[in-house]
Design a protein around this ligand. Structure first.
Ligand code: COA
Length: 159
């Protein structure tokens, strides 16, 4: 039986921390759908189309990974894509409470989807997209933390 896993997030923008989680998940499951949430509540810095395109370029070397977007419920997106697993990355204890709540609620909404947590590699455990945006906006160098295409997009945005 082939197992498809979905890895949802806002990806505003995708970082090396996200890429690391996808790369590790891609060796555990037959197919990974990286699902970029439109998430208007977060008023994203990059538009949905650009977040998708940045994720596609950053992940193009992984053959069983596809990038999609969604605007509704995650469990509906999982169902539409025949995904039985939701992947979430855990960076620190502080992620735990929210992630357990999200996993519990998603299980209530759809009993057929199971959440699997992947611990972030230590070198990326302190990363977050908002920190990356802030450092970049203030003229700091984020080369070490984001794929090259994302770095270029941030520089183009911040001037
Ligand atoms: N490396 C680097 N950063 C990471 C990371 C990792 N491994 N894992 C998470 N992050 C960061 C993200 O960059 C983001 O940083 P930011 O807040 O500074 O921008 C933060 O952790 C959390 O982001 P993410 O994991 O993308 O979650 P999110 O809160 O943006 O998205 C959804 C959550 C999209 C999964 C959730 O809102 C959802 O499912 N929405 C769909 C609607 C729905 O179904 N709602 C009901 C849910 S029960």
């Amino acid at each position: 039986m082939k197992i498809t896993a979905i890895y949802p997030g806002t990806f505003d923008p995708i970082t090396k921390g996200h890429v690391d989680v996808v790369a590790r998940a891609s060796s555990m499951f037959d197919a990974i759908k990286v699902a970029v949430a439109s998430n208007p509540g977060k008023t994203p810095f990059f538009g949905l189309e650009q977040r998708v395109s940045l994720a596609k370029s950053a992940l193009e070397k992984l053959p069983n990974v596809e990038v999609i977007s969604f605007g509704g419920l995650l469990v509906d997106c999982a169902k539409d894509n025949d995904a039985s697993v939701i992947i979430r990355g855990l960076r620190a204890v502080s992620d735990f409470e929210f992630e357990v709540q999200l996993a519990g609620m998603n299980r209530r909404l759809s009993a057929s989807v199971e959440t699997v947590f992947i611990a972030a590699s230590q070198e990326y455990a302190f990363l977050s997209s908002s920190l990356i945006r802030e450092i970049s906006r203030l003229g700091g160098d984020v080369t070490e933390f984001v794929p090259a295409n994302v770095n270029a997009a941030l520089l183009a945005h911040t001037g």
